[in-house]
Ligand binder design. Structure first.
Ligand SMILES: NC(=O)C1=CN([C@@H]2O[C@H](COP(=O)(O)OP(=O)(O)OC[C@H]3O[C@@H](n4cnc5c(N)ncnc54)[C@H](O)[C@@H]3O)[C@@H](O)[C@H]2O)C=CC1
Ligand SMILES: O=C(O)C(=O)[C@H](O)COP(=O)(O)O
Length: 380
């Protein structure tokens, strides 16, 4: 049997290590992968920046395409099916990393955590893999959570709420997939009219896709002082970032909410497993998890202090904000945005944390309960 030939985005973590000696692997910058690079390839493994459409796969030997990401709007699944090419995304692989991002934002910006702890509410738009993790995390911390996801039967959504109710929450966080399907498209969901219903006292977090918010309407709200406090990880028209909008953000980052090492590793392992099944490759003993992360919180702290200590030991969101502002101030900001993502530091996630402290401490017990919501078990 001939050796499997694989072309993959160089930003994928763990492909070479996992396939050492059993496949021929060729790494490329994701934005530079074209049809000509795939003529003899059996499998293509990408992240979100490679658009895979009909022209890309026509006339190639491809049998499998995988994207090690949750979102897969960059893949034309019909074109793959028409060419008998199997497909896998990595649903949920980075959901805990995004939940970490949301928690880090809430504890970092002004007194939003204190407001939630004092009976305020967190509104979630989109109850998929990420929305569920965010809901589980904040509910375990005792926060009142409202969820809006009209695509799901109401019984499946805890504290199901209308979009209006969710937009009235103290903290609103967006986790919808990007699409334009009726009757509830998400592209442009936060229109001028929806934005006008959000209080300027609220916090709005977007770690879904930039296109979920009408950026011009948001900019106008920022300019006239009616916009909520903003934490944005995703931008309209990436890799470009509106410097004007970033100036209005409490925190901005370069689409890295899901960039924990655990998530990248898990995403790769997920699509390698799917590829192995499609291409009849034996990966037994090669797919592995990352080790746990021991963390000590000390004793006697309040829940707020313990939470801030925990988050600070795992993920520094302010560093991501600093890095983005630095690249956006440079002449070729779009290139800098991509470079930032490519060279992203190794960051672990809360789901990997193993608390070293005595669970007799009430804060440690509460945080331990939250952390169990974030564990993955065997699959993503
Ligand atoms: N910033 C980052 O690094 C990351 C961003 N993402 C993005 O976050 C989003 C959510 O990811 P997942 O939870 O993994 O996706 P998912 O597909 O599991 O869940 C998306 C949810 O959005 C819901 N939805 C669709 N249209 C809606 C609407 N109009 N209103 C309310 N809810 C709606 C769907 O019913 C579904 O439950 C995706 O856009 C994904 O691409 C995901 C991971 C990392
Ligand atoms: O999984 C998703 O959806 C995401 O947004 C990813 O975090 C995007 O990461 P890249 O594929 O752009 O590296």
């Amino acid at each position: 049997m001939s050796v499997l030939r694989i072309v993959f985005d160089e930003n994928l973590v763990g492909v070479q290590e996992t396939l050492e000696g059993i496949a021929e692997c060729h790494a490329m910058p994701g934005r530079d992968i074209h049809q000509a690079n795939l003529i003899d390839a059996d499998a293509l493994l990408v992240r979100s920046v490679t658009r895979v459409g009909a022209e890309m796969v026509a006339g190639t030997a491809l049998r499998f395409v995988g994207t090690a990401t949750a979102g897969y709007e960059h893949i034309d699944q019909q074109a793959l099916a028409a060419n008998a090419i199997a497909f896998s995304a990595a649903p949920g692989c980075n959901a805990v990393a995004v939940a970490d991002y949301v928690l880090a934002a809430v504890v970092a910006v002004a007194d939003f955590w204190e407001r939630l702890a004092a009976g305020g509410s967190l509104g979630i738009v989109g109850y998929g893999h990420v929305g569920r993790r965010v809901q589980g995390m904040f509910a375990a911390l005792g926060v009142r959570v409202l969820v809006h996801d009209p695509w799901l039967p109401e019984g499946e959504v805890p504290a199901s709420a209308s979009l209006d109710e969710v937009l009235s929450a103290d903290v609103i966080t967006l986790h919808t997939s990007l699409h334009d399907r009726s009757p509830w498209p998400s592209c442009g969901l936060l229109s001028q009219e929806c934005l006008s219903r959000i209080s300027a006292d609220s916090l709005l977090i977007n770690a879904s896709r930039g296109e979920v918010i009408d950026q011009n309407a948001l900019l106008a709200a920022c300019e006239n002082g009616t916009a909520p406090t903003l934490v944005l990880d995703v931008w309209y028209g990436e890799p470009s970032v509106s410097a004007q909008l970033l100036n209005h953000c409490a925190l901005g980052s370069a689409h890295i909410a899901g960039y924990s090492q655990d998530a990248k590793w898990r995403g790769t392992q997920h699509i390698l497993g799917a590829m192995a099944r499609s291409c009849d490759l034996n990966l037994s003993g090669r797919l592995q998890h990352l080790p746990t992360l021991p963390v000590s919180l000390g004793s006697g702290a309040s829940l707020a202090d313990a939470l801030r200590t925990l988050v600070s030991q795992v993920y520094d969101i302010r560093e991501d904000d600093r890095l983005l502002r630095e690249v956006v101030a440079q002449p070729d900001a779009a290139k800098g945005f991509d470079a930032l993502r490519k060279q992203y530091r190794v960051r672990r996630e809360l789901g990997a944390v193993l608390l070293q402290d005595d669970a007799g401490n009430a804060a440690v017990t509460a945080l331990g309960g939250m952390l169990t919501q974030l564990q993955y078990g065997d699959g993503p």
